[in-house]
Design a protein around this ligand. Structure first.
Ligand code: SF4
Ligand code: SF4
Length: 470
């Protein structure tokens, strides 16, 4: 029985409800009256239910699709302006006891190089990341209670936060590790993590069990209920995602939104972010083996429909995607991207010569090139981590978003953190473009008092001071 308030995976992600939703969407895909009413509802910026959003996703009418894209773009602009938050993944260990068939770290892969960073190596990686200009990381690790126990992860987080190299600092560590216990989530919270990220991979239970034939991750309910345990452990920013290509995308889309509705219904706060990875080639992984892979048009439609359905949730796209694809989806709803990423263990401080990468990166540009490219398109690359550091997490963060006040924080913070980047790490060309962008964007701060403070802070950053924020 479908119940968004239930704490049982199979009740809040009900297979029957998803099938009914898909049937309802199919029945109504040419029902222009209904589609119009859903688009009208979405214009209130309060989101859509999984059923409503599923109708928009399947709609084939070109005129209505153009309205959907235009609305997604408008919502993106209103909530996130022209800012794009930057981050990088940091792989700690690729030891893993699971058997995920789409990931080269699966336990049976005997020819991949297995690595686990020592604290000294973590230090080297973090210095390399700081020297690129990163302030926000997502740490990644395989699941292995012997090699990567929670104590190891906590020690790494501690090391990461402690490193202050030149003007560098990692100010927010998001964590992407396997589903764990409430007690371990509490420890992560105490270690000062930002978002806890866990991709569902697929919401389809039967497929999930086949795709995860061995290891603790095989347990669908334990994995699907992880966010509830994370919230019980005090983590109130959680990041959802599915790996598109493992199952039918419409099924995943409905499941993803039902998961978001469940978190809102039970904990009063929806997901902080949603990631939209697509399956990529890797060591012994060939995407051609996965028949549900989605093309670029469907990918763009998914991004637009998620943007409309959950306006307050940040959306992340990684370097799995090409420059061209990233460019296409940025204005449709993406608010966060990675840049200069290495997807192998130890890949930042030494060249990736071994085969320890989790997937092949499609966008291989440096962070400076990505920042430069974003600014040329009129975006403001932001290294802001202010909310988390000011304690604006969970429902406090959401109420900030919902009150519209976010514009008064994000825009100035983006400009100030970009200024830090330009002063400390940018190439000459990037610096020139960035200074011009900042000068122009300062004028877009409506509140004169805030504008004066920002100008003062920017001058101070130029003089060598760091870490101003609203
Ligand atoms: S996806 Fe994660 S849990 Fe699965 S094999 Fe890869 S690292 Fe291990
Ligand atoms: S002020 Fe908060 S919401 Fe805005 S960019 Fe910074 S961390 Fe994100």
């Amino acid at each position: 029985m479908y119940d968004p308030k239930s704490l049982k995976a199979e009740e809040f992600i009900s297979h029957e409800e998803i099938l009914d939703t898909l049937a309802y969407a199919d029945e109504n895909k040419n029902n222009i009256e209904l589609i119009d009413s859903i688009i009208e509802k979405a214009k209130f910026r309060k989101g859509l239910s999984h059923r409503e959003a599923s109708v928009l996703l399947v709609c084939q009418n070109e005129e209505k699709n153009n309205e959907i894209y235009a609305l997604a773009e408008q919502i993106k602009k209103e909530f996130y302006g022209n800012r794009i938050v930057m981050f990088a993944p940091l792989y700690l260990s690729n030891y893993c006891v699971n058997g995920c068939v789409y990931c080269p770290y699966h336990a049976k892969n005997k020819h991949i190089a297995r690595k686990k960073l020592t604290q000294e190596e973590v230090r080297k990686e973090v210095i390399a990341l700081q020297d690129m200009g990163h302030k926000r990381l997502a740490i990644e690790s395989g699941e292995d209670p012997v090699n990567n126990p929670i104590e190891y992860i906590l020690e790494c987080i501690n090391t990461i936060y402690s490193i202050k190299h030149k003007n560098g600092a990692i100010r927010r560590v998001n964590v992407n590790i396997a589903a764990t216990t409430v007690e371990n989530y509490r420890k992560l919270k105490e270690a000062g993590i930002g978002t806890y990220i866990l991709f569902q991979e697929t919401y389809h239970k039967e497929s999930y069990e086949q795709l995860h034939p061995t290891g603790p991750k095989h347990n669908y309910a334990y994995h699907t209920e992880a966010m509830d345990r994370a919230m019980e452990g005090g983590i109130d920013d959680v990041g959802l995602g599915v790996l598109f290509g493992l199952e039918k995308y419409r099924y995943e889309f409905a499941g993803l939104l039902m998961h978001a509705e469940h978190l809102e219904a039970v904990h009063g706060v929806g997901p902080h972010t949603i990631s939209v990875p697509r399956i990529r080639p890797a060591d012994d992984i060939d995407p051609a083996d996965f028949t549900d892979a989605i093309d670029d048009d469907i990918f763009a439609k998914l991004v637009a429909c998620i943007r409309i359905a959950v306006p307050y949730t940040g959306m992340i796209v990684s370097t799995r995607e090409s420059q061209k694809t990233r460019e296409r989806v940025l204005h449709l709803g993406i608010s966060q991207i990675s840049g200069g990423s290495k997807t192998s263990v130890g890949g930042y401080y030494e060249p990736e010569e071994d085969n320890s990468a989790q997937f092949d990166v499609e966008d291989n540009r440096t962070l400076d090139e990505v920042v430069n490219w974003l600014m040329k398109m009129g975006y403001i690359p932001s290294f802001c981590t202010a909310c988390y550091r000011e304690g604006r997490t969970g429902d406090r963060f959401m109420s900030l978003c919902k009150s519209g006040q976010i514009q008064n924080c994000c825009h100035p913070n983006a400009l100030m953190t970009l200024k830090e980047y330009l002063e400390d790490y940018a190439s000459d060309d990037t610096k020139k473009i960035g200074e011009e962008l900042i000068a122009k964007e300062v004028e877009n701060i409506p509140n004169e008092k805030v504008k004066a403070i920002v100008i003062d802070y920017l001058n101070n950053i130029h003089k060598g001071k760091r870490d101003f924020r609203f």
